[in-house]
Design a binder for this molecule. Structure first.
Ligand SMILES: C[S@@+](CC[C@H](N)C(=O)[O-])C[C@H]1O[C@@H](n2cnc3c(N)ncnc32)[C@H](O)[C@@H]1O
Length: 182
């Protein structure tokens, strides 16, 4: 059974592992000055918001957070599908709700600056769907960071999927996605 609003938390170690490689490949994105948005920020009384916590550990201070749940720790409580940010972002990053993942990517690409980055934690087989073939044909990710050690989410422990951080650079549609195994 899917959790309420598809809420579960990403381990901090998984996000930190992603950022080590991402910063090595994209040193020009200075997180200490970047405008960053997490539009499915999560968190609750028991759990931190993972992506903002990982970003703050890297010196990032300009982080807007949004979530639909009233009990989330996000600063903005709203439905991202009906939300229009007042600024454009250098980086939009999250683990989106599974059933809205493609809508999240499309919306985040709209909300991102030209040349900015959209990063989503997705199942690796997100690549392999006929229904998303047209989207990927027009929007190939620049990078795919495969987490060879499966993240241990605090949800249904029987889950058996591989996960990767997919990275789009707005305005770029590369012929191939550069793939890294973490
Ligand atoms: C898979 S959880 C990820 C939480 C957090 N990003 C993390 O990685 O630990 C997805 C989050 O999206 C939120 N959510 C679901 N639908 C949403 C919507 N339409 N707008 C905003 N947030 C939504 C849920 O409440 C949940 O906190």
């Amino acid at each position: 059974m899917r959790a309420r609003q598809d809420y579960y938390t990403t381990p901090l170690a998984t996000v930190a592992e992603f950022f080590v490689k991402f910063q090595e490949l994209v040193p020009a994105l200075d997180l200490t000055v970047a405008q960053v948005f997490d539009p499915a920020a999560g968190g609750c009384a028991e759990n931190i918001m993972t992506y903002p916590a990982a970003l703050r550990a890297l010196g990032c201070e300009n982080i807007d957070t949004l979530d639909i749940r009233q009990d989330s720790r996000a600063a903005i409580i709203a439905d991202y599908m009906n939300f229009y940010p007042e600024k454009e972002y250098d980086l939009i990053i999250t683990n989106p709700p599974f059933n809205l993942a493609l809508d999240y990517i499309v919306t985040a690409l709209e909300d991102c600056k030209s040349g900015g980055y959209v990063v989503m934690l997705l199942r690796l087989n997100f690549f392999g769907s006929l229904s998303r073939k047209e989207f990927f044909s027009n929007n190939m990710p620049l990078y795919c960071f495969v987490h060879t050690q499966r993240p241990r989410f605090n949800k249904n422990s029987s889950e058996n999927a591989e996960y990767a951080h997919f990275v789009w650079k707005k305005g770029y549609n590369p012929p191939h996605t550069q793939t890294y195994l973490l």
